[in-house]
Design a protein around this ligand. Structure first.
Ligand code: R1P
Ligand code: URA
Length: 235
């Protein structure tokens, strides 16, 4: 049933959801990967479409930016629409030298500086992890299709403009592949609500070397990562 932030009627959201941050990326994914996609919600400009992918019903709906925003949408999708699997398809800053623009990364863990994580279970440093079966399905899709997928930890930060540059440097030194703003929130919702989750992301810029996508490229460069998300959702 509709929620404060999602207007779709009961039954209009599929149990399996692809979740980009950017609403316009949701539209492009619906246009390019879905059959018979129909707009089912647009509250606050957060667009959601339901259609079919390879004959299976699926929804693509944006999360907005940051853990607070994603957590609202993911929680409402689970509690009010019975969603059981969410795969985030995001952009991220590449954090290791071997990565190139457009490379696809699956987040096998997500460190975070978010107060939302610290507040979840007082006194506990919560480990944010994806569902193993979804991660395995994404890896298997890469192997079967001959498409490279980098697998490793990401850093989910509240601050796109990090005031303390030493934090990013430390995360790089600790081996994170990318820096983004939602994966840990999604994995926490997965753990708390008992659903399956995964994040795959596209490298859109770098922390410590030159190169970045234009805003238009960041909006539209998703074709590489979406098949991994679909493979995980259909596994
Ligand atoms: O491209 P999306 O999916 O929004 O992801 C990344 O881009 C936004 C910052 O520009 C943050 O949401 C970050 O996680
Ligand atoms: O959150 C993000 C997304 C892309 N690039 C970054 O550096 N951070």
């Amino acid at each position: 049933m509709p929620t404060p932030h999602i207007a779709a009627a009961e039954g209009e959201i599929a149990p399996k959801v692809i979740m980009p941050g950017d609403p316009r990326r949701a539209t492009l994914i619906a246009e390019q990967f879905f059959d018979d996609a129909r707009l089912v919600t647009e509250v606050r400009g957060i667009l959601g479409y339901t259609g079919t992918v390879g004959g299976e019903r699926m929804t693509v709906m944006a999360s907005g930016m940051g853990m607070p925003s994603l957590t609202i949408y993911a929680t409402e999708l689970v509690r009010s629409y019975g969603v059981t699997r969410i795969v985030r398809v995001g952009t991220m800053g590449g954090a290791q030298d071997f990565l190139e623009l457009g490379d696809v990364v699956a987040a096998s863990a997500a460190h975070t500086d978010s107060a939302m994580s610290a507040a979840r279970i007082p006194g506990v440093q919560f480990s944010h992890a994806p569902t193993f079966g979804l991660l395995r399905a994404a890896v298997e899709y890469g192997e079967a299709s001959g498409t490279t997928l980098h697998v490793g930890p990401v850093f989910t930060t509240d601050a796109f403009y990090q005031p303390n540059t030493a934090v990013g440097a430390q995360m790089v030194a600790h081996g994170v592949l990318g820096i983004e703003m939602e994966a840990a929130g999604l994995y926490a919702v997965g753990a708390a609500e008992g659903i399956e989750t995964l994040m795959v992301g596209t490298v859109s810029d770098f922390l410590y070397k030159k190169g970045e996508m234009s805003p238009a490229e960041r909006e539209s460069t998703f074709a590489g990562m979406v098949p991994f998300a679909i493979a995980a959702l259909q596994s």
